[in-house]
Write a protein that binds this ligand. Structure first.
Ligand code: PGA
Length: 256
């Protein structure tokens, strides 16, 4: 059984007061979650505030990044145990903005993934191709490489405690969403990659779609059989829109 998930990636946005407004609205409208995980991923600086606001509610929180290791001389970085200390349950790993803007390579992403698990955080591993890669017909090759490097380093079994997010780079923040069928094709490819090695694992693996998910396209994306919810950027900053995306995911029939 795969429980749908909607996670809001706030990226480098928010102020002390906008966080209160957004989280208060979500708290008011999401009093209990029906067969769905709802998660917010604030910037590091807002995590403690979000923890105070959300503790005891059905909404979980996590971080957008972590560094490898448990502590030490890594100026400017944040470690997994620090995130756990503030109640984080999830952490994004390998988001395309980190791969492409912050130059995180395959090995660093794989190491972060394993580190997250070591410290009791569920990694949400983001994979996705650029527009140029899609146009050259390299989508599947790129996704496979991004996943295989993590499988090789952390082991297949580790994916029992992880979530994958397929986020085509060309759809992130551009307003250009993948069509439900385009997304489904890649999600199915990802699931098949795992089912070749372990059918039980592949049936349980949650694969979220990310890239310009909005209230008006969420339902058609989530209706696809291999799309288990969404990783939402821009639209997660708008309380009502995010709530509508959560409602769309609640409508999804839980896959057996
Ligand atoms: P977007 O971002 O919804 O603004 O396209 C998604 C993401 O980067 O996680």
């Amino acid at each position: 059984m795969r429980k749908p998930m909607v996670a809001g990636n706030w990226k480098m946005n928010g102020t002390r007061s906008s966080v209160i407004t957004l989280v208060d609205f979500l708290k008011q409208h999401i009093k209990k979650t029906i067969n769905i995980d709802v998660v917010v991923l604030p910037s590091f600086i807002h995590i403690s505030q979000v923890e105070a606001l959300l503790v005891g509610t059905p909404i979980s929180w996590g971080a957008q990044n972590l560094y490898i290791g448990s502590q030490g001389a890594f100026t400017g970085e944040v470690a997994g145990p620090m995130l756990r200390d503030y109640g984080c349950k999830y952490v994004l790993v390998g988001h395309s903005e980190r791969r492409l803007v912050l130059n995180e390579n395959l090995q660093l992403v794989a190491t972060k993934f394993k580190t997250a698990l070591e410290f009791g955080l569920q990694p949400i591993l983001c994979v996705g191709e650029t527009l140029a890669e899609r146009q050259k017909g390299q989508t599947e090759r790129v996704i496979q490489q991004q996943l295989q490097s993590v499988i090789d380093f952390a082991g297949l079994e580790s994916f029992r405690h992880a979530i994958i997010a397929y986020e085509p780079v060309w759809a992130i923040g551009t307003g250009q969403t993948a069509t439900p069928q385009q997304a489904q094709d890649v999600h199915q490819f990802i699931r098949q990659l795992f089912s070749k090695q372990d059918t039980n694992l592949s049936n349980l693996l949650r694969i979220l779609y990310g890239g310009s998910v909005k209230a008006d396209n969420a339902a058609s994306l989530f209706a696809m059989p291999d799309i288990d919810g969404g990783l939402v950027g821009g639209a997660s900053l708008e309380a009502k829109g995010f709530l509508d995306i959560v409602k769309a995911a609640e409508q999804k029939k839980v896959e057996a």
